[in-house]
Structures are given as structure tokens and as C-alpha cells.
Design a protein around this ligand. Structure first.
Ligand code: MLT
Length: 269
């Protein structure tokens, strides 16, 4: 795995990691959750299927990527990935996102659907925030202001990973905390605003013309299994994979099972 950086057309820095041969015939781009970084995809970058190249950017304002100026929007993430893929001369790709990354992956269908050859929607949802959810965002904005990234980590960790991980995988819990605390407060703040203000993408589901793998951890307390089942069945070509003994961060908590669901699906594209 190597970490790279480019300067986007507007001069901002975009950082990403990649693995697999750069000239591989197929590419998958992984979009990370809130408030993490590209490094959450390490288990997938370490196990790229033959014939594939994998890329995982730091989304704007998080990790080592610089943010846009002006009002933050979830589509900013898509525009940056598009700029990266254009710069790489990439063709169609599979875009995979987990939770906030899934909101951005769905936004791809609105912003640049022609780029997609498939979608992986992991531990995510198509709907916008409910009034209660928006209230929670305001609370989180207050928390990041008063306590910074460590306070956000302490608030989110109990729900971000499942009970099995809390009981048996302390290294995963420690890594999630480390990634959250590595993020700048301003990037976390603007990511919260992006999620709070994202549009409802449910209407887009029927427009998706490519296969979609919907993945969910069986212990996911944020986007539960039943919600993912409904998401998969709202799609023309949706496949549901339930990752055992994993919560919301299913790819980090049980990477072997996550990858075991992913590989054959990618192979069938
Ligand atoms: C995430 O994991 O990206 C967040 O839980 C998403 C959200 O807060 O809506």
C-alpha cells in the first residue's frame, strides 16, 4: 500500500492510499466513514483481489486532504474523487462507501453516474437526517467545539463498533480512536454539516443501473440490518451481505468476512 498526494485543479491537496497494480483492468474506490480517514480501509487495501486496483482517498477536510472553501456539501467529496480519477485517466470504477462514505457513494449516482460500474453501500442509508438526527448533529457540533476530536471519539465509540469488538478486539477500538483523534476539528465540524445537510437519496435508488452490494454488520446499532435489507430490496440489482460479529465499522471489525462477501461479488461484475 502506498500513500500519494495530488494538487487538485483549485490548488487543494488530496491525499489517498492505493494498492494493487496501477494498470489493473478494474478499480475500486473506497470512501471512508465519519470521522475517520482512508486508513480504515487498510484491511481491504491489504487484500485486493487479482485484477483490481484499490484507491482510498481522505475525504475533504479529513486525514491529509484539504477542504473546500465555502458552504460544505456532501457532493464536495464526489467532486474531489472525480478530479482524482480524471487526473489518473481512470475509466469506470466501483465506488464503495461506509456510512458517511456511503452517503457520498450514493451522491455519485447524482453527480457522475457514468463513472460507476458498481456500488458497495456498507453500513449506510439512503435517507436524509430526520429532525431528531439533525438535532443530534447540532449536539455533536457543540461537542466538537467544546471537547475537540477526543470528545467526539468518546461519544461515538460505544455505538461505532459492535459488542463483539468491544469485548474481544481492543486493537480495533484503539485504532478507531486513533483515527478519529488524528482529524482536525474544523474538518470534523464541516463533515457534520455535510451529513446534516445532505439530500434524501432514496429517489435515486431506482435510477441506479449498476449492481450494488449492500453490506451491514449484524451488530450495527447505527444503520441496523433491517434498514440495509430494505435498502437492498429497493434496488434493481441489490445483493445483501451480513457481516457476522461486527458492528457499524464492519470492514474493520471483521475484515475476513467483509472481504469474503466482497470478492465474489466483484468477480461477478
Ligand atoms: C459514519 O459512520 O460515517 C456516521 O455514523 C454517519 C452518520 O453519523 O450519519
Amino acid at each position: 500500500m502506498v500513500t500519494r498526494e495530488i494538487s487538485l485543479p483549485d490548488g487543494r491537496r488530496l491525499s489517498w492510499a492505493e494498492a494493487g497494480p496501477p494498470d489493473a483492468p478494474a478499480t475500486i474506490v473506497w470512501l471512508h466513514a465519519f470521522p475517520l480517514t482512508h486508513a480504515m480501509w487498510q484491511p481491504q487495501l491489504a487484500a485486493v483481489p487479482p485484477g483490481w486496483r484499490a484507491m482510498a482517498p481522505d475525504l475533504a477536510g479529513l486525514g491529509a486532504s484539504a477542504d473546500h472553501a465555502g458552504r460544505p456539501a456532501i457532493d464536495d467529496f464526489v467532486r474531489d474523487v472525480e478530479a482524482l480519477l480524471e487526473a489518473m485517466g481512470a475509466g469506470r470504477v466501483v465506488v464503495g462507501g461506509l456510512s458517511m462514505g456511503g452517503y457520498a457513494a450514493l451522491a455519485y449516482q447524482r453527480v457522475a453516474p457514468g463513472r460507476l460500474s458498481g456500488l458497495v453501500l456498507a453500513d449506510t442509508r439512503s435517507g436524509a437526517d430526520s429532525p431528531e438526527g439533525r438535532h443530534g448533529r447540532e449536539r455533536m457540533l457543540g461537542l466538537v467545539e467544546s471537547g475537540g476530536a477526543p470528545a467526539v471519539a468518546s461519544e461515538m465509540l460505544p455505538k461505532l463498533v459492535g459488542s463483539t469488538t468491544h469485548a474481544r478486539r481492543p486493537h480495533v477500538v484503539a485504532e478507531v480512536r486513533r483515527l478519529i483523534e488524528s482529524n482536525p476539528v474544523e474538518g470534523i465540524r464541516r463533515a457534520i454539516m455535510r451529513m446534516r445537510d445532505r439530500p434524501d437519496s432514496t429517489g435515486l435508488l431506482r435510477q441506479i443501473r449498476v449492481p450494488v452490494l449492500v453490506v451491514v454488520g449484524e451488530e450495527d446499532a447505527i444503520t441496523p440490518v433491517e434498514e440495509s435489507r430494505a435498502l437492498a430490496s429497493a434496488l434493481d440489482d441489490g445483493t445483501l451481505a451480513i457481516v457476522p460479529a461486527a458492528g457499524h465499522l464492519s470492514n474493520m471489525e471483521n475484515p475476513d468476512s467483509f472481504n469474503a462477501a466482497l470478492w465474489p461479488w466483484l468477480g461477478g461484475l
